[in-house]
Write a protein that binds this ligand. Structure first.
Ligand code: UDX
Length: 453
């Protein structure tokens, strides 16, 4: 007979090992834990979460056999496939053991997994366990992928250049130009297969979505018709699981002490997330744009994010002095704290979904510089649907300087800030009792609980 703590129903979570995917999965773990479930995280050795940061979870490492491989291989389609093949057997053994010891360790209610970890479905089906998938990006993005699948099936790719500005009839808030990857060139079949697998929920009985109904209502409604199983948009996760560290890289807290000395709304914060990279020319144009804007800046330059450089050794001569006067450059920042800091008045971002939500939750208007995939879709929504951001017009220093001045000073920037603050309030309401995410979470908890009866 176990203790009461041990007998809580258990949810097993299987994240895909990128920062932008691990973060929402761990946050979901924290949310479900606070609602009475024990949490087990089965994770690859690559990008393993720090177990010591989360004593409330049980961790099960999966042998991905990828140690020694280049990160570029691990994150390639082949690497992801190997990760799935190598993880399956031990995951199956873990689950069998968990089922055999349910009386002591809590009944296994279900497994929640990232669809890129598709081996989970085979194991769960074999053991007759219910699964749910977690979607870490917006519903609008998934619909944009569906548009691409349809264009491909109708043999309409490559699309003529002159159609790029047209609104997409089935996803009218986007133009063909805003699709996650260019449709004016042939798309390799392997990429279509990969994203089709990503969109596939297999035998899952529900979808948990890291989004908020008010941001994604139309897409969620359409996807509900498509997927048939219940969809639970319960974001913004980080506001439901506050003060919770999910960073795989050590955060440099000197950025906060530096911000403490700055005037309200005076600083532009710059970060391109955990995966995107740039060339040296872009870094140099960014530096000059920042220098010429006269604005204080907090700049995250991730090591190896500039091709051919270790870190910031290729910054132009004289920039070091400008940084000493009114800037701070770090390798990784406590981003959520940074965005919540009163000194931060704008966020120059790659428009990753986590960054987008984190910025909107603090009412910080943005400059978007999307690199790939969902970042392109998010940018269109940020600039033209929610109207809390502007898109960088080219990567030359002059355009960068103008964008920073517009966001931080001009009338248009002020209007964007007002809309961003209003958005912040509405997002806060969504997680309060009776709000859309609150209600959705109630329904999710009820469904998971029903699996244990
Ligand atoms: C990736 C994709 O690029 C993104 O578009 C997708 O939606 C999820 O997977 P990433 O590029 O890392 O993620 O971007 P994003 O989703 O914004 O996630 C970055 C996370 O890292 C955020 O939670 C952010 O708070 C955190 N971060 C970033 C830090 O904690 N410190 C930093 O210095 C920079």
């Amino acid at each position: 007979m176990g203790t009461i703590e041990e007998q809580k129903p258990r949810v097993v979570l299987v994240p895909f090992p990128y920062q932008g995917h691990i973060t929402p999965m761990l946050q979901l773990g924290s949310i479900l834990n606070s609602r009475g479930f024990s949490i087990t995280i089965a994770h690859t050795e690559f990008n393993s979460p720090n177990h010591l940061d989360h004593p409330e979870f049980v961790f099960l490492p999966l042998p991905d056999n990828l140690s020694g491989c280049e990160t570029s291989y691990i994150t390639s389609l082949k690497g992801i496939s190997a990760m799935n093949d190598n993880s399956k057997e031990l995951f199956h053994e873990y689950m069998v053991e968990m089922l055999e010891t349910q009386a002591q360790n809590g009944q296994v209610a279900c497994i929640v997994y990232d669809t890129l970890m598709h081996f989970v479905d085979e194991v769960a089906t074999c053991l007759d366990l219910p699964t749910m998938v977690l979607r870490p990006n917006s519903a609008a993005y998934l619909r944009a992928l569906q548009v691409i699948f349809q264009l491909n099936a109708d043999n309409l790719i490559p699309l003529p250049e002159d159609q790029l500005q047209d609104a997409i009839p089935t996803h009218h808030l986007l133009r063909f130009k805003d699709l996650p990857f260019p449709v004016t060139a042939e798309i390799p079949e392997i990429l279509i297969e990969f994203f089709t697998s990503y969109a596939n929920i297999r035998s899952s009985s529900a979808i948990i979505w890291s989004t908020v109904d008010m941001l994604d209502h139309e897409s969620l409604t359409k996807l509900q018709q498509h997927y048939k199983v219940p969809i639970f948009p319960i974001g913004p996760f980080h506001k439901m699981a506050p003060k919770f560290n999910t960073s795989l890289i050590t955060e440099d807290s000197s950025s906060i002490t530096w911000l403490d000395k700055r005037a309200p709304n005076s600083v532009i914060y710059i970060s391109i997330g955990s995966i995107a990279t740039m060339d040296k020319k872009e870094l140099i144009e960014m530096a000059w744009g920042l220098a010429n804007s006269d604005q204080p800046f907090l700049w995250v330059v991730r090591p190896s994010s500039v091709s051919g450089s270790e870190w910031i050794e290729c910054l132009p001569e004289g920039f070091e002095e400008i940084t000493r006067e009114r800037g701070c450059i770090v390798k990784w920042a406590p981003q959520k704290k940074v965005l919540a800091h009163p000194a931060v008045g704008g966020f120059w971002s790659h428009s990753g979904w986590n960054s987008t939500l984190e910025s909107m939750c603090e009412g910080v208007p943005m400059i978007c510089r999307p690199y790939f995939s969902d970042q392109v879709v998010n940018t269109r929504y940020l600039t033209h649907v929610w109207k809390v951001a502007l898109e960088l017009n080219g990567l030359e220093r002059k355009g960068i300087e103008q964008a920073i001045r517009e966001l931080m000073g001009d009338k248009e920037g002020q209007e964007m800030r007002q809309r961003a603050l209003k958005m912040k309030q509405e997002l806060e309401l969504s997680i309060q009792r009776g709000g859309s995410s609150w209600n959705s979470l109630e329904n999710l908890v009820e469904l998971i609980t029903s699996y244990t009866q």
